[in-house]
Design a protein around this ligand. Sequence first.
Ligand code: DOR
Ligand code: ZN
Length: 483
Amino acid sequence: MALGVNQMIDAKIDLIIRGGQVVTPTSTKKADVAIAGEIIAAVTEPGLLSSATQEIDASGRYVLPGAIDSHVHFREPGYTHKENWASGTAAAACGGATSVFEMPNTNPPTGSVEALKLKQDLAGAQAYVDYGIYGLLDENNIDSLEDLIRNGVSGFKCFMGNTFGDLPAPSDGAMLEGFEILASHGYRCTVHAENASIMARRQDRLESAGRGDPLAHLAARPAICAIEAVGRAIAFAEWTGARLHIAHKSSKDALYLIKDAKTRGVDVTVETCPHYLLMTTDDMERLGGLLRVNPPIREPGHGEALWDALHDGTIDMIATDHAPHLPEEKKGKTIWQCDCGFPGVETQMPVMLTQVNAGRLSINQYVQWSAQAPAKAWGCYPQKGVIQSGSDADIVIANLNRGGVVDNAALHSKSKITPWHGFETTASVEYTLVRGRIVVEAGHLVGAPGWGRAVRQQMPAPRPRNTDKTMRAIIDSHGVLQQ
Ligand code: DOR
Ligand code: ZN
């Protein structure tokens, strides 16, 4: 005789989420979600499960996979007055992000195994949510990339253009050689795609000419910087077969390059951020240095094109570039004296769900762009990024009938200054579960630091190209590097 759902799973169920609308990229269905330990044991029609020790009534709510934010800066080690792993991941949990991928422009930068281990210890002790750690790809650490892979980086970051931390952009030679190595391992490299030399020269010229107003920042970093760098990164990725991820797409201009590359089969994924979708130079004039960010907020028109690119698949996902600084660091006399970036990991979900309510995307697209696409790009799907039996119980219960007003003072980040301050949302995060544990309950942080752990990843098989022309192949074939 066939077993009923209860008989199959009841014995081990620890928690049931009842009566919510469970969302996947292709469906929204009223269902109950049973959780056993850290895993989703079943997603069933409502009412089929008996009881569990813990139950959450999600009626009238949406049950979503937690957001996977592929772009956050948590500042530790090195700049802990701006953020640390505990405050950054607390902000993530409160914003419905259950996994985050953290950037290497800390001090020391995450470009050596020693620096990686230091960061792994800090993250392991403090994190409220799961995390991946990016390794740095720069001019001087090409010989360390494989050691970083062996020691557990999630992927790599290459700063083609200057930003906070002042890490110099690698030469094209080093970048290409780095891509050759990453290609042979199937790893993905995220690029900050802005041309360093154009920006440095223009900023110098503007500063000498006495420009220090907010829009001078945009003038120093026109979209040609992104067009050139995106094109170069795609060329290197296509030649080597390295997987590429383009961070924080801000402008419409380079989208055709990405579209073409995808058509040719280049494994390139792309993120954009809520501030590029929803803010323009008009906000820059209103908010000044607070909105200084790299790449810059652009003129009206770019946001619309980015929305279109999300809808047609040219852009794959939403990330935040969570880049915390203290209020005083955002308020220099001239724009050049304002640190670049602002926090975002906590506001992304309420802001974007507000767009769902406004009809700019469906709740299913939201789940695809915030959870499924990043999980796939970073090799953790279907363990993460979806609500289905067997996946990690990384779940958000969101209320799309109750919003609020974003408030600097309510942020869990140490950086209590956001351009979204005063923004009226129509949706809120009520519960966040990370691997089955309730980390946010009724909007309050209740989790424990140290619960978060490193995301396990399995990237698809490497597909290196032009392997006979890599530095290693050339040198090895002449016996120079025989060990
Ligand atoms: O504005 C930015 N700030 N852009 C980045 O890419 C880095 C970030 C930071 O680390 O502050
Ligand atoms: Zn960033």
